[in-house]
Design a protein around this ligand. Structure first.
Ligand SMILES: *Cc1c(COP(=O)(O)O)cnc(C)c1O
Length: 213
């Protein structure tokens, strides 16, 4: 099932779009199945769970931290994390830079932009993101490689379209000057729309691994 689901999703999107298989709450053998079929990108949203899975699973897995990240937990994932999607404050960016230096690596991150209507979702406004970008050169051990956004929890296509295309416009405007490669948007329910609006990376959980409790 897992492998077939993944195959289906990959066939739905251009080959250049990275599918991050969101394995949060799912056991390691579910991840192992996808890995055995050649999949390497997995996403988790809890640091402790991410670290436990990273310890037991193959070392060439690319781990994506997709959830809200607390500053005091950056140190646990800094040695190995492939991409941190949810950077939503300058203080967090500072801490990632510090831990990157300690681990002698440059950590790739995305700035999370608040595009949803719900106030519960984290992220910068477009104005705040531009302010951060103007200071980004000061960070030697962190590299901002693009943007991430989570649309509203709705099946209103018009609203989803306007949220995704707003993010797409902002991404396109700043892409060249910042050497960006990655626009992370789209989940199980909206990844096709997100890809049609320029997403280069989708984060899909339940459609691959089944629903979570
Ligand atoms: C859980 C989660 C996903 C995946 O959600 P599905 O609806 O199961 O595909 C994607 N992005 C983030 C940030 C998540 O927390």
């Amino acid at each position: 099932m897992i492998v077939a689901n993944l195959k289906q999703i990959k066939s739905d999107v251009p080959a250049a779009v990275t599918v991050v298989a969101v394995s949060k709450t799912k056991p390691v053998d579910a991840i192992q199945q996808a890995y055995n079929a050649g999949h390497l990108d997995f996403g988790e949203n809890k640091v402790q769970e991410l670290c436990q899975k990273q310890e037991t699973l193959p070392k060439d897995i690319r781990w994506h931290m997709i959830g809200h990240l607390q500053r005091n937990k950056v140190k646990y994932i800094a040695p190995f994390v492939h991409l941190i999607h949810g950077v939503d404050s300058e203080r967090l960016l500072n801490e990632i830079n510090k831990q990157g230096a300690k681990n002698n690596r440059i950590i790739d991150v995305l700035l999370q932009i608040h595009i949803a209507e719900e106030s519960t979702k984290f992220g910068f406004s477009y104005e705040e993101a531009e302010a951060i970008l103007s200071k980004a050169n000061a960070f030697e051990n962190v590299r901002i490689t693009g943007l991430m956004g989570m649309a509203s929890y709705t099946d209103n296509n018009g609203q989803l379209t306007s949220e995704f295309s707003g993010l797409q416009d902002f991404y396109i405007k700043l892409k060249e000057s910042n050497n960006w490669t990655t626009l992370s948007m789209g989940m199980s329910n909206d990844y096709k729309l997100a890809v049609s609006l320029g997403s280069t990376m989708i984060r899909v959980g339940s459609l691959i691994f089944g629903s979570r409790n």
